[in-house]
Design a protein around this ligand. Sequence first.
Ligand code: NAD
Ligand code: UFG
Length: 339
Amino acid sequence: MSILVTGGAGYIGSHMVLSLLEHEYDVVVLDSLVNSSAEALRRVESITGKSVTFIEGDIRNRALLDQLFTEHYISDVLHFAGLKAVGQSVEQPLRYFENNVGGTLTLCQAMDAAGVRTLVFSSSATVYGEVANMPIHEGLPTGSPTNPYGRSKLMVEEVLKDLAKGDSRWSIALLRYFNPVGAHESGLIGEDPNDIPNNLVPFISQVAIGRRDVLSVYGNDYPTPDGTGVRDYIHVSDLVDGHLCAMQVIARKHGIGIWNLGTGQGYSVLNMVQAFEKASGRDVPYRIAPRRNGDVAECWADPSKAEHELGWKANRNLDAMMQDTWRWQKQNPNGYNLE
Ligand code: NAD
Ligand code: UFG
């Protein structure tokens, strides 16, 4: 039996594949490499000494999926494949809905036809929209995400809820990630944004290594302790552990479950800058810039449902997140680009 990891060459997916191999699972990766490099999987193989079956292809390709499910005996699908650049989703909404929503529909249809009905989906805290009181727990209704990317996640959640309701043979986990950061402790795999990073930690890390001059801090007039935005940053390895726990739980139970994957601790942008300077021993120059459209003041999880029901808790602290990010950046100043 193998686990199919869609998007397994990407940032979170590659860490997942590594962990699955370490836990003696056989893994098949399906990835179009639209936002990743096959080098990540080569490195996963060299860290683990195990091999991955890699299929370069698209989740929207039904014939390819049918062939994959015929050729490989798949028990579970971990579905990471998706486009995730918020700004790009505003400019290219059709591409985002087609890829993220259409792609997931095709994947589920192929799974159903093959009789594979165990699915873990990468959702996001963005589905909560703007929430008045922190922390955010799963009992809150979903809100209105401020961009097409976020809406694509919400739409997929709705589709999967209907699917589980309509056919009791499905076992589905919707995992709502807060802000994944960090890298594997080897420093061999990590986040490798193609363009100028949108997200805070990759940007800080590129400033520290000298690829960018200065960090723009988007707003210092939020109603937060230092005026800058507060988020729940979670180490990617903790996030991956959460998936392993969710897989165990849904293997025993049909239906759909929703879990936040966060630490329950919020840090401000300036806290993050300081923590990175400490981990790297480098200065991270910054300037205060206007607020970024669509940003909320604060967002952090109540992770207690995952702790009670999945037996999972994040246990890597901010220092570990920053040290691991820095090790990856230092060892790979140009990411997977080997030139
Ligand atoms: P990533 O871009 O590094 O990985 C996504 C992978 O999916 C890439 O390797 C890409 O090539 C692949 N892909 C995209 N569309 C595809 C398609 N149609 N067919 C096949 N492969 C395709 O992103 P990530 O940070 O690893 O995110 C993984 C998942 O987690 C995504 O679904 C993302 O939306 C979700 N998520 C990420 C964050 C975050 O901050 N990183 C937060 C919440 C949710
Ligand atoms: N920020 C800056 N400067 C930057 C980048 C970010 O000040 O150059 C600030 C933002 O304003 C925010 C915080 O840093 O206060 C975090 O921003 P990120 O872009 O790193 O993360 P977001 O919380 O905006 O969004 C992330 C993912 C979304 C996902 C969301 C919730 O990018 O896809 O977490 O899971 F939906």
